[in-house]
Design a protein around this ligand. Sequence first.
Ligand code: SF4
Length: 339
Amino acid sequence: MKESLVISDALVQKYNLPVPRYTSYPTVPYWHEHIGVHDWKQNVQQQFLIHNSTKGISLYIHLPFCESLCTYCGCNKKITTNHKVEDEYLIAIEKEWELYKALMHEKPVIREIHLGGGTPTFFSPQNLERLITNILKDAIVHPLHEFSIEGHPNNTTKEHLETLYNLGFRRISYGVQDNDPKVQRVINRIQPIENVARTTAIARAIGFTSVNYDLIYGLPLQTVESITTTILQTIQLKPDRIAFYSYAHVPWTSKAQRLFDEHDLPPAEVKLQLYKKGKELLTQSGYCDIGMDHFALQHDELYKARLDGTLHRNFMGYTTQHAGMLIGVKSISALIFKT
Ligand code: SF4
């Protein structure tokens, strides 16, 4: 029997709100306690002592630069075409990592590395190699390690992918968002699908075992027809995972969102249709609903982890790994760095 859920207009309006990312509980906006440097250091040392030799640690490294501004963006980023910033930023990251290492009583066991942004592929392959080599030089790589990166389809090169593969990276996530040229123009992210197809094919040929695409529903000028085309084109490329996120309109914190006309945003009831249509097409094509906007093919470890109850969620989103401690190498660097 086909299930059908009737959602009233009032319910749609009530819950059509931007909400924080559920990567922690309580979520970040509800964190009100501040700890001093002494307590913070003690905390890092205690967690490291408990988790390093058993589960290992996860590292999130934030690479904040992008060459152009996408108007929907709510990320922590710096827009610049000056690639000299790469060197200065890496020096800051290296200093920050030294501060962490000074608190560690033994070599860190690295279980996960995720390079996020911004646009990590803004950095040259040589600089990405320098970054990872520096992190790993006094560390032990966990036998079940998982290294991943967010790539921009417009600037990820074969050289980037070969370098990352040789450093142990097997997962890549591409920001696709929407394939419709009209939508791409208004969000200032002109990105032909050929670029997505090309960078996906290169990653697979090199040996990357997992490709994720990020898509967004609720963007300006999106319609049920346009999202249908985007999803069908996406399915053709068979990414292992798809994150189908809701656009959060928060122009009071993300000022770039003032660069398009709010009237172009799909109203709440259309936004719900966009999600339902996308989900219907994905599930009909073999993608399983993992939860909270994520879909995966049945061979993917995310799906298997969901089935056997080992799925985890941390500040990097869903993961099949369960490292005991997550270090975000970005905060100090982001504070001291000026472009
Ligand atoms: S969406 Fe991504 S590429 Fe675009 S400005 Fe934001 S961080 Fe940069």
